[in-house]
Every structure is written in structure tokens, then in C-alpha cells.
Design a binder for this molecule. Structure first.
Ligand SMILES: [Zn+2]
Length: 239
């Protein structure tokens, strides 16, 4: 009797066995399949990334980025290269403090600006004390070599590994000179695709060499979710 119940349970589970066990960016487990991992990835109306277009000039708060800490290591989690930080690194927005948890990269960029893709996008992921998220995004254009990317790339870890940096450097040095930002509501760009994330995309870009962009792309592959429909959202641009 017990055996029969087990067999029925297995048959019921069969449709799910054909799905990959872990999300990724491949044919079997890529963005089109992420609804299997979290429903909102497929059904959400506030999903990220987006193509930033028709932004409305707006009287937004200043972006207060108080980054006083250091980048200390880099992790390859199999989906991205993620920088580990120490010290006091705080974004203040909406009268709320959001602490920097980590930053990571996408090759090519996930968000587009006026339909333009960039070779690299960095996401600085912050959380307030209630677990609300705010992401500051920085685009990179190909130009001169980037010193911070050079330090991070000295010995890039393989999947599942973390490399401590020989020389930690200031988190702040990763930011471009500030020249305004776009703001909109969005989500995590990977499963579980949770919504309610404050997105703050800096208007000014960073730069890196073609060689550096190629080296990062070689490690991460195409780890960019395609742009999602904007639906009823408004995109604001600070004045
Ligand atoms: Zn990201």
C-alpha cells in the first residue's frame, strides 16, 4: 500500500522533474523559465531590468551616498562576481538609511538607457533595517582601463570560490562623479524577482578597457536578464 502511494507521488512530481533544479541563464534554466522558481518572475508588473526611456525630470532628493568602507574580497557565486565590503557604507534616501550589503556585475548591462546597452553594469545592493532593498546601478563604457576593476580582476575566483584582495580599496572609488540619477520601482533581476526594490541608476558612467570588459564577460558569460515591460511605472530623472 505504501509503495503505491509513493508511486503516485512520483508520477505527480514528473512534470516538475523536467525543469532545471537551479536557475541560470541557459536554454533550460534561463529567464523564460524563472516563473517556475518564483511566480512573480513571470507575472510581476514591476520587474527589472527596464529600458529607461521618457524619464520625467523631477525634483528628487539628493542621493546621499556615504561610502567610507573598503572592498575586501570577491566571490564567484556561479551567477555573478560579487564584491564583499566592510565598514560604514550607507545610502540615505526617503529619510531612511540603507546599508550596502554587496555589489556585483552583469555583462552586458541589464538596464538600458534610451535603448542603449553597456558592456558592464554594477549593482550596489542596499537594505534598510526592515529588509527593504535599494539598488544603485552604475554603467561602464569602454574607454581607459579602470583601476578598481583591475584590482578586482587580479585573480578572479572560479565558481563557488572567494578571493581575498591583496589590497583592499575604498568602496567610494568605484563610483563615477555624480551627475544625477534615474529612479523607478523594480525588482531583483534574478529569482526570486522580489518587487518593491528602489532602483537608482546613475546618469554618469564609469569606464573600463575593452580587455577588462572581455575578461569579466569570459568569467560571467551573458548574465543579463532581458528588459521587462514597464506597465504603469514612471521613471523619474533628478534635476
Ligand atoms: Zn544585479
Amino acid at each position: 500500500m505504501k509503495r503505491k502511494v509513493l508511486a503516485t507521488a512520483l508520477i505527480a512530481a514528473l512534470p516538475y522533474i523536467s525543469h532545471a533544479a537551479e536557475w541560470g541563464y541557459g536554454e533550460e534554466n534561463g529567464p523564460d523559465h524563472w516563473g517556475h522558481f518564483a511566480e512573480v518572475c513571470a507575472s510581476g508588473k514591476n520587474q527589472s531590468p527596464v529600458d529607461i526611456q521618457n524619464a520625467a525630470a523631477s525634483d528628487l532628493d539628493d542621493l546621499e551616498l556615504s561610502y567610507h568602507g573598503q572592498v575586501v574580497d570577491i566571490l564567484n557565486n556561479g551567477h555573478t562576481l560579487q564584491g564583499g565590503v566592510e565598514g560604514h557604507n550607507v545610502l540615505t534616501i526617503d529619510d531612511t538609511e540603507f546599508e550596502l550589503k554587496q555589489f556585483h556585475f552583469h555583462t552586458p548591462s541589464e538596464n538600458l538607457i534610451n535603448n542603449q546597452s553597456y558592456p558592464l553594469e554594477a549593482h550596489f545592493v542596499h537594505a534598510d533595517q526592515n529588509g527593504n532593498l535599494a539598488v544603485v546601478a552604475v554603467m561602464y563604457e569602454v574607454d581607459d582601463k579602470n583601476n578598481q576593476v583591475a584590482q578586482l580582476s587580479q585573480s578572479l575566483p572560479t565558481a563557488g570560490e572567494t578571493t581575498a584582495l591583496d589590497q583592499p580599496f575604498a568602496v567610494k572609488s568605484m563610483l563615477p562623479e555624480f551627475d544625477g540619477y534615474y529612479r523607478f520601482s523594480g525588482s531583483l533581476t534574478t529569482p526570486p524577482c522580489s518587487e518593491g526594490v528602489r532602483w537608482l541608476v546613475l546618469n554618469n558612467s564609469q569606464h573600463l578597457s575593452q580587455e577588462q570588459a572581455d575578461a569579466l564577460h569570459q568569467v560571467m558569460g551573458d548574465n543579463n536578464r532581458p528588459v521587462q515591460d514597464i506597465y504603469a511605472r514612471q521613471i523619474l530623472l533628478s534635476q
